[in-house]
Design a protein around this ligand. Sequence first.
Ligand code: UDX
Ligand code: ADP
Length: 465
Amino acid sequence: MQKITKICCIGAGYVGGPTMSVIANKCPHIQVTVVDINQDRIDQWNTEDLDQLPIYEPGLKEIVAENRGKNLFFSTEVDRAIDEAQMIFISVNTPTKTYGKGKGQAADLKFVELCARNIAKVSKTDKIVVEKSTLPVRTAQAIQNILDNTGDGVHFEILSNPEFLAEGTAIDDLINADRVLIGGNETPSGQAAKDALSAIYENWLPKERILQTNIWSSELSKLVANAFLAQRVSSINSISALCEKTDANIQEISRAIGFDSRIGPKFLNASVGFGGSCFQKDILNLVYIARSFGLQEVADYWEQVIIMNDYQKSRFAEHIISTLYNTISGKKIILYGWAFKKDTNDTRESAAIHVANALMEEHAEVIVYDPKVTESRIYQDLDYLETRSPEENRRLLTVAKNPMEITTDAHAIAILTEWDEFKDYHWEKIYAQMLKPAFVFDGRRLLETDTMKAIGFNYYKIGQS
Ligand code: UDX
Ligand code: ADP
């Protein structure tokens, strides 16, 4: 089995950065170089002030501090790192296509393809190429084709090693992974490559948790795992709507069904809707693949998970509008939270973007506070929707640094991310500062109903009448 001493990872994002930091930390004998074409990103990874790393993940900065400059490097010298490494991870972004065939559904593989072409061009020795980005099924084949046809007699072995880390708990998910999936060709060199990658993970994970499969199963498992998780959230969210029409309480239902060991308690928290870079994209991919094979019923079945999620986001916004007497024009509405979940500064597909947009359509005066998301990110998210001009977005929505001050004369507060700090706010003081009646719309079921009502709030909690 080939001994791996040098790894290169292309793409210093949410997947590449934390994954490589943990590999470097757990494998002191391996030199790990993370490369990216984005100079700013690399500069941020190399920053002296570890609070300025481009990604916020609990536990990440400590690991970067320990390994950076020893066996963990961040660089823009892509070609050199590829040339030197025996194993190359591809961790570039694969957004949903915004043009052409498969627009709005299929993953855009142009960044992955560019990487493959670059690897083929630069490599002078045999390489194991590991696909780490979230990819549609059969991407490995595409990468293999490019490498086989453009490489210079060099042997490339492709592996699929999907990422299962969740943002906000990435470091813990990597260190204590439930399982690692390694897909590869069922040939002697494919087996050797799988074993070489497995040996890396075996530095900190028990061997029984490292599953080897064929390449198709590995790629599809990633989509299916995310589709199942997202489906649980959409399922419980669909019932949250029913609870609001009856006297049932969604939390009691989650608890009651979660006690069934076949169902289990996780991923049953009703919310304003799931977000993140994976769930929607992976389901769209699944839908696209099913449709392209003529499996209409399969495609429709999974598409419903996204339809329900969109419904949950609009339902929440519409509830705010109707509760505020169907006129929110000029009313000051505070949004607590913009990230798609707590403990991350990632906002991709965040429900907050859609709720804010709906409120802005009604000309509300929206003010956002999020402990980790920057002002420029928030405006980028809104501008990307192209609902209105960038100037109009900046006129209708402002971003605040102080969560308390902004509540003065506010009509309503909507909680869109479950940041812990929101629980500890001085809610009596906030109530005193707000216009009356003072409304709180809790899209994350974060606060106590009795306490909020006792203070005097008109308090709405998703999934409860
Ligand atoms: C997910 C998968 O969990 C991970 O395995 C995969 O590698 C990438 O996609 P991530 O998107 O980082 O990870 O976050 P996750 O914790 O899964 O949450 C996704 C969304 O669902 C968030 O918006 C979260 O708030 C929401 N959610 C989750 C709920 O609304 N209710 C729940 O019970 C759980
Ligand atoms: P993910 O969540 O999948 O990690 P990100 O967008 O956070 O996605 O990170 C992907 C990174 O990949 C970005 O920093 C981007 O600049 C980088 N990238 C994209 N294409 C290339 C390429 N051809 N070579 C090097 N880096 C690339």
